[in-house]
Design a protein around this ligand. Structure first.
Ligand code: SF4
Ligand code: SF4
Length: 174
């Protein structure tokens, strides 16, 4: 049970969301705001107002791509990306279903591939995602083929030389 959403989000993220004066710069630069319900600026306000359910059920916390654009634009140096990360942790800990379909599966697959290879491998991750999420296999296949043909995405996975250290990080974080 979360007593106060703002203090929990501040504690987990190391931020002070009350510093936000809603200048909207974060939301104006967010590359996925069009797909969000509220956007980072409004979401921070909802956290400050302790709107647990709406925030932790929101698809916004799962759509956030952790790109740090908002964090670099904030005039008050609030790392909004870290706050989003904290909100995802609180949503999982509180048993809230991910507001965006298959978002949790996507995160788990990404971490699973990084844990095994020591780096990301998009082709393996997306192949597994399509099978497990039952997203039609042919959807987006054109852009994927284009990336492979241009050498942007290798077909075969290659283990990083730092894979043992990365696995150790995973073990320690558990
Ligand atoms: S950029 Fe910073 S101060 Fe401005 S609305 Fe976003 S979080 Fe608040
Ligand atoms: S870190 Fe998340 S909320 Fe911030 S700009 Fe990137 S996608 Fe948007």
């Amino acid at each position: 049970m979360i007593n106060n959403l703002a203090s929990e989000a501040n504690r987990l993220s190391g931020q002070i969301i009350e510093l936000c004066y809603h200048c909207h710069k974060c939301t104006a630069g967010c590359p996925v705001v069009e797909a969000m319900e509220y956007g980072p600026d409004q979401l921070l306000r909802m956290v400050a107002l302790d709107q647990h359910d709406a925030v932790l059920r929101s698809r916004d916390i799962w759509l956030c791509a952790s790109c740090y654009t908002c964090s670099t634009r904030c005039p008050n140096d609030i790392d909004i990306s870290a706050v989003m990360d904290a909100l995802r942790k609180l949503a999982v800990a509180g048993g809230y279903p991910a507001g965006e379909r298959d978002a949790l599966l996507f995160h788990k697959l990404f971490l699973g591939v990084v844990q095994r290879l020591g780096r990301s491998h998009e082709a393996a991750m997306l192949g597994l995602f399509k099978i497990l999420s039952r997203v039609p296999i042919y959807r987006d296949v054109g852009s994927g083929v284009g990336l492979i043909l241009r050498g942007k995405v290798p077909i075969l996975p290659k283990q990083s030389g730092a894979a043992p250290e990365v696995r150790q990080i995973f073990r320690r974080s558990k």
